[in-house]
Design a binder for this molecule. Structure first.
Ligand SMILES: [Zn+2]
Length: 241
């Protein structure tokens, strides 16, 4: 329901008279103090407005949200990306330095370090809100970066909001920068934020976790979890990606 404050000039009182009215009551046309007063025709003006319209629940209750989750989006905690054919069935955010999976090519990690790069992607645009890092037997000096990457050939915006086609993979956001961790953290090390970005990360952008550990590390392992906002958290029967 919208509400409007009107003023009308009452010639009987020689004064402007104000009144708040709901949209259902229509516009003010007579003196609020006495309907028999003479008013100046054409003097009615809206002086203030309260717009009550907004999104509502199915039963009509207004939706009031103080968090950053967009209307129509679900919260999803996941350690796994999507594939071209499914949601949540892709690459896992986990690493284990007792094997060579996802190991970076030599020369990529800083001197004295080796690294693993784990990139996941999502079919739909997603908002990243929070992340949690779980790790075991981490050596002193281990750290993690988390980047949002525009893949080769897709578009990102420069600082002047002009679209630019990526020539090779381009890091467009560094979400976590050299976050050091050590030892065991079975309960998880949570990176909290109250907010999410204004715009969703476009579909098929890469979300890349880079883990760097001392070269001597042969047994540490860990995994990461993301809290996302996304429109679809699973494919319904018969639904196509
Ligand atoms: Zn009056």
């Amino acid at each position: 329901m919208d509400f409007y404050q009107y003023k009308i000039y009452c010639e009987t009182e020689s004064d402007w008279i104000h009144k708040w009215m709901s949209e259902d009551e229509g516009a003010l046309s007579v003196c609020p103090n006495n309907t028999s007063h003479t008013v100046t025709s054409g003097s009615v003006v809206i002086t203030d407005t309260i717009l009550g319209k907004g999104p509502t629940m199915s039963d009509g209750r207004p939706i009031v949200m103080a968090n950053s989750r967009p209307i129509g989006y679900q919260t999803m905690f996941t350690m796994v990306g999507d594939t071209a054919s499914g949601i949540g069935d892709g690459k896992e955010i986990l690493w284990d330095f007792s094997n060579d999976y996802d190991l970076m090519a030599s020369g990529v990690a800083p001197a004295g370090y080796k690294g693993k790069s784990i990139c996941i992607e999502f079919l739909d645009g997603v908002y990243v809100k929070e992340g949690t890092l779980y790790f075991h037997s981490a050596k002193k000096g281990s750290y993690v970066n988390f980047d949002i990457v525009c893949p080769d050939g897709q578009y990102y915006y420069d600082r002047d909001l002009n679209p630019v086609q990526a020539d090779g993979d381009v890091v467009v956001v560094r979400y976590v920068n050299r976050h050091y961790f050590y030892g065991d953290c079975p309960m998880g090390d949570e990176l909290n934020t109250e907010s999410a970005t204004d715009n969703a990360i476009p579909a098929n952008y890469h979300l890349c976790v880079s883990i760097f550990v001392p070269e001597s590390d042969t047994d540490s392992y860990g995994y990461g979890e993301l809290e996302l906002y996304r429109e679809r958290t699973i494919l319904l029967p018969g639904e196509t990606p």
